[in-house]
Every structure is written in structure tokens, then in C-alpha cells.
Design a protein around this ligand. Structure first.
Ligand code: EPU
Length: 337
């Protein structure tokens, strides 16, 4: 285990916030995790840091930061049609997706270029272009801080939802994921349910293969979303709101171009990016905190914004959208005080 004192977290969060923490622990094995809770932990509060890609650190952190750094991909099972892999939590998500595509293991090609690590993917049930990580999820293993045991969670036990899981509710701050097991397909049968993706391939007369989907997603995302190495951000800052049919009818009677995505329970998901753009905030900037000018759902740090600057921008966006549409946006990112 490595311990760093008074450590600057700028390079550990994709927003590039220059916050400091008292102690940063790199937990490099399951033994390190047990050791930390037995011999180093001096309070109930700590921040779990994965790839730091879904996080806004508002201020300096006066409690411990834990970074699980376990690496490797283990083959668990293989047959003619599928392969089951156990992936350690510290593996970079995009590199894992690339590894799958290169080895002809399919299912995650639509999730190319999502920043972050495999160990944090289940927490917010990452999703893009018609696929969510839960679709290929088998189970995960991790350390339960309350029972002091390593435990395995099945898909049902994880309670996955849209950008949600039990690790954002009941088990928030109580469970350290050490590995995730996924089952991938060997049949090249990509998911093209997302119209923009299907159009991309059709317009370019590209074959509907997983490799082409992988490349298409990289191209689409690169043109629309900021690369964290060039511009600080946390991807989508807000969730897409899910509203009732009555609310949808109310808003769309005034704004006829509002699109709704019907949910199974009769509610409708609408685009937060659209709401923010219609509220006139696309590209809005105060100092170095801004609403990204190519995609209004993303807040960006042009260099020296503090966590508080970004949070004030978020609050301004929430208020402006609420005043105009009566819909309250909720952050998708984990906001840390
Ligand atoms: N739109 C606007 N203005 C904007 C941005 C979007 O009007 O500035 C509208 C457009 O109508 C567009 C629609 O919103 O057609 C949807 O936009 P997009 O395809 O970019 O998807 P999104 O709903 O904004 C979600 C995810 C993304 C994911 C994409 C693609 C959430 C919170 N975000 O964004 O995930 O990549 O779909 O599937 O669900 C992330 O979670 O960090 C993330 C980037």
C-alpha cells in the first residue's frame, strides 16, 4: 500500500480541480483494503476514488481518500458463444472495451471512450448509445466495510437503474468494489438501437460490425464530448430528467420540438441537454467554469475553476432550467463536500 500525505488531487479527477486531501491511500490488493480498515482508518468518512471521472470535489478534503488500484483480467469461463471475464477494479474502462473488441468479445463496443475505471462502472451503471453495463454484468466482488467481509453481489442485488445502483444508495460509502465479472458474446451482432449510431454507419456505407460501432462511437464522442486530457469535465453533469406524461404535455404544448423517450412505467425521459440549450445556457461561462459550447449537458473547467465555481454554475443551470420549464435537474456526478 502506498500512502501520500497532503496530496494534490488535480490529476486524479477529470474536472482537473486543484483540491488537496490529508491522506491518499493506494490500495493495491485485497490485503491492503483489510489493512487500511484494521490499522489506518480513523473515522467513518472517506472518499473512494476510481478514475475520478464522475466526481466534483467542491473543497479540500480533510478525510482519507482511497484509491483501489487492482489490475488484471481473468478468464473465468468460455464456450462457443460466450466468454466470462473477471476484470479487476483498477482497469481503465476504455482499455477494457478495446481489449474485448480486439479479441472479438462483443457487447461493450457502444461504451467505448467512457472515462473511468471498471470498478466504478457498476456504481452509476454507465451507459451510452443504447447499452448499459448491466446488460453484460454477471456479478461483482468487493469489501463490505460494515461486515468486514469480502462479498459477491449478483445483478439483482446491485439494483441497477438509469445511472443508478445500490452503491449510490444503501451501500454508498460502505462497499469497495475489487472486481467485476462480465459475460461477453462471440457473435458479432451490435446494438444499433440508437438512431444517431445507425445513421452514422448507413451514411458512410459501413458494415454493421462491432468493430465499426466501436470506431463510430469513438468518432461521435470525440466530436461532441470534451476529452478530459484537454478540457476538464465529468461527462454529463446532470441526469436526463424523467417526468410524467402530464408534465411532458405541458412543456411540449409550448415547445413543440421537445422529444420524449417513453419509459416502461408510463413516464417520459427528456433531454437535459435540450432543456439547458433552450434556456439559453449553452456556452455560458463565468471565469473558467462553463456550460460546454458543443454539448449543453456538460460542465467544463477551462483551467482554473475551483470545485465551488463549477458547483455555482451547476446551481445556476438548475435554477434557470427550473424557472423556465418547472423541471428540476439532478446532478449525475458525485458531488463531494
Ligand atoms: N441536445 C440538445 N442540446 C445539447 C445536447 C443535446 O438539444 O446541447 C439534445 C438533442 O436533441 C440530442 C439529444 O439531446 O439529440 C440527446 O443528446 P445525446 O445523444 O448527446 O445524449 P444525451 O442524452 O445528452 C446521454 C448520456 C451520455 C451518453 C449519450 C449517448 C446521460 C446523462 N448522458 O446523453 O452519457 O453518451 O446519452 O447515449 O444519460 C455520461 O453519462 O457522462 C454521458 C456522456
Amino acid at each position: 500500500m502506498q500512502i501520500h500525505y497532503n496530496h494534490i488531487l488535480k490529476k486524479y479527477n477529470t474536472f482537473g480541480i486543484d483540491a488537496k486531501c490529508n491522506r491518499l491511500f493506494f490500495l493495491e490488493s485485497e490485503e491492503d483494503i483489510v489493512d487500511y480498515f484494521r490499522n489506518h482508518c480513523n473515522g467513518s468518512l472517506f472518499l473512494l476514488l476510481g478514475g475520478g471521472s464522475n466526481l466534483l470535489i467542491k473543497n479540500d478534503i480533510d478525510y482519507d481518500v482511497l484509491k483501489p488500484d487492482l489490475f488484471g483480467i481473468n478468464l473465468i469461463e468460455e464456450d462457443k458463444e460466450t466468454v466470462t471475464l473477471e476484470v479487476m477494479a483498477g482497469q481503465n474502462w476504455h482499455k477494457f472495451v478495446e481489449y474485448c473488441v480486439m479479441n472479438n468479445y462483443y457487447g461493450f463496443e457502444n461504451l467505448a471512450l467512457i472515462p473511468g475505471n471498471v470498478g466504478t462502472a457498476p456504481i452509476q451503471n454507465i451507459g451510452a448509445y443504447g447499452v448499459e453495463q448491466e446488460q453484460n454484468f454477471v456479478s461483482l466482488r468487493g469489501y463490505n466495510i460494515e461486515s468486514k467481509q469480502f462479498e459477491t453481489y449478483s445483478k439483482e442485488q446491485c439494483e441497477f437503474g438509469y445511472r443508478n445502483s445500490i452503491f449510490k444508495s444503501k451501500l454508498k460509502g460502505k462497499f469497495i468494489i475489487t472486481s467485476v465479472t462480465y459475460k461477453l458474446n462471440k457473435n458479432d451482432n451490435p446494438n444499433l438501437s440508437y438512431t444517431e449510431l445507425e445513421n452514422y454507419l448507413t451514411q458512410r456505407k459501413l458494415e454493421k460490425t462491432a468493430k465499426n460501432v466501436f470506431d463510430a462511437v469513438i468518432d461521435i464522442r470525440s466530436n461532441k464530448l470534451p476529452s478530459p486530457s484537454q478540457l476538464g469535465s465529468s461527462g454529463s453533469f446532470f441526469k436526463n430528467p424523467i417526468i410524467t406524461q402530464t408534465e411532458f404535455d405541458r412543456i411540449s404544448s409550448e415547445f413543440t420540438d421537445l422529444r420524449g423517450f417513453p419509459q416502461n412505467d408510463g413516464s417520459t425521459k427528456i433531454s437535459a441537454g435540450w432543456l439547458i440549450e433552450k434556456a439559453g445556457l449553452k456556452g455560458y461561462r463565468i471565469g473558467d467554469a462553463a456550460v460546454y459550447d458543443k454539448h449543453a449537458l456538460i460542465l467544463v473547467n477551462y483551467g482554473n475553476a475551483t470545485g465551488d465555481d463549477i458547483w455555482q454554475m451547476a446551481e445556476y443551470v438548475i435554477k434557470t432550467v427550473f424557472d423556465k420549464f418547472g423541471v428540476r435537474l439532478e446532478p449525475e456526478v458525485n458531488v463531494v463536500e
